[in-house]
Design a protein around this ligand. Structure first.
Ligand code: HQG
Length: 180
């Protein structure tokens, strides 16, 4: 299957596993997992396609794991809006993290900080290149904000790192943002 087709499947999988499992008749367990067999049937996918999407994904968005019951399950590693508990353990962030976004929302972010919106957390990138790619999804001019993550952690804010290396926190108040 060609790369652009795999990207299309990946987007459809993200939609179902993060936001709307019911659209294909699925329910996620409390940690966001669904049995692979059931997922394939509900999505109308074959296993080689699923494996190609999971293995070839530029951001490793999906995780497959075998549970204690021997059943293989899949979930999205981050980005959910449905109420699931990823079960991540708090982690010590690097001193600086980054957030790429649209220049158009800069004034609002300066005023209220970074909010999680419809997702469970604010998503932060470990490097500016990643942040730039995240911000570019919005189209138009992009800005990269620097987040004083080390200082936030010392002040009592909790950080998590998803299985695919995205840093997550509840909010970033404006005083911890350095804006270009
Ligand atoms: C913005 C993708 C105005 C925020 C990415 C962002 C990431 C504010 C948007 C993951 C604001 C939310 C998440 C405020 C935040 N005023 N705008 N006070 N606070 N915003 O998509 O971080 O490719 O929910 O800057 O790579 O862009 O899907 O978050 O622009 O990891 O795997 O509100 O999604 O991953 O947008 O992206 P999003 P995000 P995938």
């Amino acid at each position: 299957m060609e790369q652009h087709q795999l990207v299309k499947v990946s987007k459809r999988m993200s939609k179902v596993l993060r936001h709307d499992p019911a659209r294909v008749g699925l329910t996620l367990d409390a940690a966001g997992w669904v049995p692979v067999e059931r997922f394939l049937t509900a999505m109308g996918l074959d296993r080689p396609t699923l494996d190609a999407v999971v293995a070839g994904n530029d951001k490793q968005r999906f995780a497959i794991a075998v549970g204690p019951d021997g059943v293989e399950r899949i979930r999205a590693s981050q980005g959910h809006s449905v109420p699931i508990e990823l079960g991540l353990t708090p982690a010590e962030p690097p001193e600086l993290l980054f957030h790429g976004t649209a220049a158009a929302v800069l004034a609002s972010i300066k005023a209220t900080g970074l909010n999680r919106g419809g997702r469970h957390h604010v998503h932060l990138s470990p490097d500016t290149g990643t942040a730039r790619r995240v911000g570019a999804r919005r189209g138009g001019a992009t800005v990269i904000l620097t987040v004083l993550a080390g200082q936030m952690a010392r002040d009592g804010h909790t950080f998590y790192r998803s299985d695919n290396g995205v840093w997550l926190t509840d909010e970033v108040p404006p005083e911890y943002l350095r804006v270009p």
